[in-house]
Design a protein around this ligand. Structure first.
Ligand code: NAD
Length: 234
């Protein structure tokens, strides 16, 4: 049977590549996002992930469309580049709400279905910022560290029911995220940190995400896997 997959943020740079990777494998995919995907054979359900009630409604709709759920990928996220001293409480709440709280809410919404079915895979897209700290992006780094913690807790609680929960920590991927503050000098400096000498592309993250949700990745749980071209090795 083809996999039934929900991808949040499936209209964005990395999320769209994840959606296409699952579709290429014959999966049925529902994209949850606040904006419509550009061109995709996935089914689109509009949602504001900053709103827990709307998030629960949208996940329920997606599960209904698919007739169950085998895979949840939490990929939606927002980023702000702000020095720590200038982060307002509103900035903190917005970034934590979308990146971390929505991950909790979608996990809570799909887990009962997966536990009942005695199987499923959840993949949360965190960031290398979760492990590196984040000068200039403290609230973003904190939100992604929370995503890794949620991943480990889910893995510990739900493993006995056959559900795996893993995180992927991308390095620097050229998408719309951060484009407003990005310079050529930034790209050169970050590329030089990778032994492979380049930044990531969305397909780098999509391949690992797909693997984690496949039988080949079935003995991995509670992991936070770096997809950074070697910028980070622990
Ligand atoms: N691009 C990078 O360098 C990088 C590095 C590490 C981690 N990440 C993470 O990867 C994930 C995807 O990032 P991306 O680079 O594709 O970014 P992107 O901006 O291209 O896509 C993000 C998607 O999330 C959606 N989204 C944001 N807020 C939402 C909300 N409130 N409700 C519904 N949808 C919402 C957007 O509409 C968009 O489609 C994010 O979680 C990000 O933090 C990205």
């Amino acid at each position: 049977m083809s996999q039934r997959v929900i991808v949040t943020g499936g209209s964005g740079g990395i999320g769209a590549a994840i959606v296409e990777r699952f579709l290429a494998d014959g999966a049925r995919v529902v994209t949850l996002d606040r904006q419509e995907p550009k061109a995709s054979a996935s089914t689109f359900v509009a949602v504001d992930l900053g709103d827990p009630l709307d998030t629960r409604r949208a996940v329920g709709e997606a599960v209904g469309i698919l007739g169950g759920v085998d895979v949840l990928v939490n990929c939606a996220g927002i980023f702000q580049h702000i020095p720590l001293l200038d982060i307002t409480v509103e900035d903190w709440d917005r970034v934590l709400d979308v990146n971390a709280r929505a991950t909790l809410v979608t996990m809570q919404a799909v887990a009962p279905v997966m536990l009942e079915a005695r199987g499923g895979a959840i993949v949360n897209i965190a960031s290398m910022a979760a492990k590196l700290g984040g000068g200039g992006e403290a609230h973003y780094a904190a939100s992604k560290a929370a995503v890794v913690a949620l991943t480990r807790a889910g893995a510990q609680e739900w493993g006995c029911h056959g559900v795996t929960v893993n995180a992927v920590c991308p390095g620097y991927v050229l998408t719309d995220m951060g484009a407003d503050t990005r310079s050529e000098a930034d790209i050169a400096a970050w590329s030089a940190k990778s032994p492979l000498g380049r930044l990531g592309v969305p397909e780098d993250v999509a391949g690992v995400t797909h693997f984690l949700a496949s039988p080949a990745g079935g003995y991995l749980t509670g992991q936070a896997i770096n997809v950074t071209g070697g910028m980070l090795m622990h």
